[in-house]
Design a protein around this ligand. Structure first.
Ligand code: ADP
Ligand code: ADP
Length: 234
């Protein structure tokens, strides 16, 4: 179940005169271990595409595969979409949405704990990621005590901690300075290589766009592939 393949994906919101065709036949592949950028103007369909792939909304038609596993072909093939979201997809949102009454470390460790990883091991994994993101010194703080940038890095740790085969990141570096933004991209690339993760990063952050080897542009619900600069993270 490694890698993403999307073929002819369409999404129509609403019906009749007021229908909106948000995706008009999107094709996209992300290899295991690859981090691709997804770039497009407001209203072009970026969120719709991430929500379809994340099984948050129903596509209208087309095909989506995770590795050799067809998850959608004009309808959902798997019945248990909650399990699909939980086991296969890691989300990193623009706004951090941390749980306000849990310490930082438990915000990150919660998902593996719920998945049955022993508490000590879950916290160890959480600390390792927090260290990689340079916020381990805030592990025992409450989310409200953190700066915006720190909250964002904790949210990134939470999206990665379960090592899902697919990570969907929506503007993950927007509030971060250049050094930290590049650190986040380096971590996403390391994760991708280490666990054969396929990662899509929606962004218009000029600090990180030169790092992608491959970029998909989306405009009016149609994607175009382009080679990126693939410049590295330093
Ligand atoms: P982006 O994330 O690139 O800004 P979206 O995926 O949010 O774009 O939106 C793509 C198109 O779909 C836009 O025309 C938007 O107005 C429309 N759209 C998004 N969500 C809905 C919805 N729930 N109902 C109707 N139209 C929607
Ligand atoms: P960053 O560059 O990571 O966004 P800031 O420069 O904004 O960090 O914050 C520096 C320090 O001040 C951090 O340790 C952060 O936890 C602390 N801090 C920022 N805002 C708040 C706040 N509203 N309450 C408590 N501590 C805060």
């Amino acid at each position: 179940d490694k890698g993403i393949r999307i073929e002819g994906l369409t999404k129509r919101y609403g019906k009749g005169d007021t229908a909106v065709d948000a995706l008009k036949g999107v094709n996209m592949t992300v290899a295991p271990g690859e981090v691709v950028g997804l770039i497009g103007p407001s209203g072009s369909g970026k969120s719709t595409l991430l929500k379809c792939l994340g099984a948050v909304i129903d596509p209208t038609a087309g095909r989506m595969m995770l590795g050799d596993d067809v998850i959608f072909e004009d309808r959902w093939i798997r019945r248990d979409l909650r399990a699909l979201r939980r086991d296969k997809i890691g989300f990193v949102f623009q706004a951090p949405y941390l749980i306000p009454f849990l310490e930082v470390i438990d915000n990150v460790a919660l998902l593996p704990m719920l998945a049955g990883v022993p508490n000590d091991e879950a916290r160890e994994r959480a600390l390792e990621l927090l260290a990689a993101l340079d916020v381990q010194h805030r592990a025992r703080a409450m989310p409200s005590q953190l700066s915006g940038g720190e909250q964002q890095r904790v949210a990134i740790a939470r999206g990665l901690v379960n090592r899902p085969p697919v990570i969907l990141a929506d503007e993950p570096t927007a509030p971060l300075d250049s050094k930290r933004a590049l650190a986040v991209i380096r971590i996403l690339n390391d994760m991708a290589k280490r666990f054969e993760t396929a990662i899509i990063v929606v962004t218009h952050d000029e600090k990180i766009i030169p790092t992608f080897k491959r970029i998909y542009h989306i405009r009016d619900g149609v994607t175009y592939e382009e080679a990126g600069e693939g410049r590295g993270f330093d």
